[in-house]
Structures are given as structure tokens and as C-alpha cells.
Design a protein around this ligand. Structure first.
Ligand code: SAM
Length: 253
């Protein structure tokens, strides 16, 4: 039976790809890619053959039918590499359904690790915490986004990691300020591995000004990281609540 390779590819700089990934992309019978042209650019950049018959589309609108075709190929002994437009497939990208279905048929899946925007941003953020929580994309609508952020507010010990589209960064940060307040720190990791790479940390209260100070800052791709926050102590709890807690502590066995 053929193997499905899940291959990490660059998040900007074409050279951020492993030797093993290049070997696999050169050797497989078929490459399932989010966008064919994007895949061809990657392959051409590394002097690998780009014949379009070797590349098939797998994106969020055709994943179901593509899965059937790929399972047939694997069943007939062909090898397939799954790639996305950037970074690691199945991480805020298509591919999870394919991997699930291939495993469900007891066919082999092999990960070929590579770049990932969230980990790249975390590694150079300078933020220190024992844990991080990867959220990915928040909802596009403000009300829903604020509700999700409110649900994450109590993960005080974690760095919170978000992906965001450039045209929504401003409104997303405005919602963060509205829900989480002004003191928590935010790191903007923008255009990682590219020419205009920027990594900037400031308090949420200063974040909107920083973003708007230069129109270029609103362009490109962003990872947003929220630093851990102080867990509210008893002093932040109302005196009535403290009193009620004291009574409960006395009364409970
Ligand atoms: N699968 C990818 C990964 O492993 O990181 C993520 C794909 S997701 C559709 C695209 C989002 O990742 C962008 O909207 C942005 O938030 C983030 N991203 C991708 N490349 C980036 C880069 N070079 N710099 C900053 N963020 C990036």
C-alpha cells in the first residue's frame, strides 16, 4: 500500500524546507496541494519537476471528493504528499479530514515536519510561560469574536496564540482591548521569514496606536500572541464574595 506523507513547507522564505521534505516531494507519485500554482512555484524554486499531472488540488471546498481519490491512489500502491500553501498541513489549513480517513483505512501516514507560523512566532517572541494555547483564527464577526475572547480570558497562565488576516487585525485587536483590558501584553509577529519581518511587543492599550502609526504595519500576515496575565487575587473579588467564601469554608466538611 502507498504512504501518505504530510509535508511541512515554508511560511514565506522558500529555503525554509527540510532536505527530507524535498526528497519526498521529488519522489512521490502525487502531490495534493491547496493551490496548484503555489505548489508549482515551490517545486520550481527547488528545481523539482512540476508536471501538473503529479499535482492535484485539495482545499476546503473539495476535501471530501479529493479524499476518495487519494485513498484510491494509496490503495493501488501510489505514494502521496500532502502540502498546504504555507507551513504545516492540517494546522488552520485543509488536510485533517484526509489524514483521519487514511488512518481509518489502516493506511500509513508519515509526518515530515517543517515550518509553522505559530511556533515560529512563539520561539522569537520573548514571552515566557509554562504553557501556550493555540487558538488559530477567531470568528470574523465582532460579537462572536468577543464571546470567544471572553471564554479564553481565564487561561491566565497561557500565552494565547492567534492567526489573523491582515484586513481584520485592527478590529480584532480592538476587541481584545475591549474584552481583556489594556495591561496585558501583545506580540505582533508579522511577515515571518520574509523581507519585512516585524516582531513587536507592547501593552494592549498601546497596540492600536502602534498598528496605525505606519500603514505598512497593517499589511502582510500576522500571528498575534497574548502574554500570560496576572490571575486576579482576592483583593479583586468583592468584599461580599470574600465574606461568602469564608462562610462556605467554615461550613463545608
Ligand atoms: N498551516 C500554516 C502553519 O502551519 O502555520 C497556517 C496556515 S493559515 C491558513 C495562515 C495564517 O498563518 C495567516 O493568516 C497568518 O495568521 C499565519 N501566517 C502564515 N505565514 C505567516 C508569516 N510568514 N508570518 C506571520 N504569520 C503567518
Amino acid at each position: 500500500k502507498g504512504t501518505l506523507y504530510v509535508v511541512g513547507t515554508p511560511i514565506g522564505n522558500l529555503r525554509d524546507i527540510t532536505l527530507r521534505a524535498l526528497e519526498i516531494l521529488s519522489a512521490v507519485d502525487c502531490i495534493a496541494a491547496e493551490h496548484i500554482q503555489h505548489a508549482q512555484k515551490l517545486l520550481a524554486g527547488h528545481a523539482l519537476h512540476t508536471t501538473s499531472t503529479r499535482i492535484m488540488p485539495l482545499h476546503q471546498h473539495n476535501e471530501g471528493s479529493a479524499v476518495e481519490k487519494i485513498i484510491e491512489l494509496l490503495g493501488s500502491g501510489k505514494s502521496v504528499a500532502l502540502i498546504s500553501d504555507a507551513g504545516t498541513p492540517a494546522i488552520s489549513d485543509p488536510g485533517a479530514l484526509l489524514v483521519q480517513q487514511v488512518l481509518a483505512r489502516s493506511l500509513p501516514v508519515v509526518p515530515i515536519p517543517g515550518a509553522n507560523a505559530a511556533l515560529c512566532a512563539l520561539s522569537a517572541s520573548g514571552l515566557i510561560a509554562p504553557h501556550f494555547f493555540f487558538y488559530g483564527f477567531l470568528p470574523a464577526k465582532s460579537g462572536e469574536r468577543q464571546r470567544k475572547l471572553a471564554g479564553l480570558k481565564t487561561l491566565y497562565a497561557c500565552i494565547l496564540v492567534f492567526y489573523e488576516a491582515p484586513h481584520r487585525v485592527l478590529e480584532c485587536v480592538a476587541d481584545m482591548v475591549a474584552v481583556l483590558g489594556t495591561t496585558r501584553e501583545i506580540t505582533f509577529a508579522r511577515e515571518l521569514t520574509k523581507l519585512f519581518e516585524t516582531i513587536h511587543t507592547c501593552a494592549l492599550g498601546e497596540a492600536l496606536d502602534w498598528l496605525q502609526a505606519d500603514e505598512n504595519r497593517l499589511r502582510g500576515e500576522f500571528v498575534l500572541l497574548l502574554a500570560p496575565a496576572e490571575e486576579p487575587g482576592q483583593e479583586d473579588i468583592s468584599p461580599q464574595a470574600v465574606h461568602a467564601l469564608a462562610i462556605l469554608q467554615r461550613e463545608l466538611p
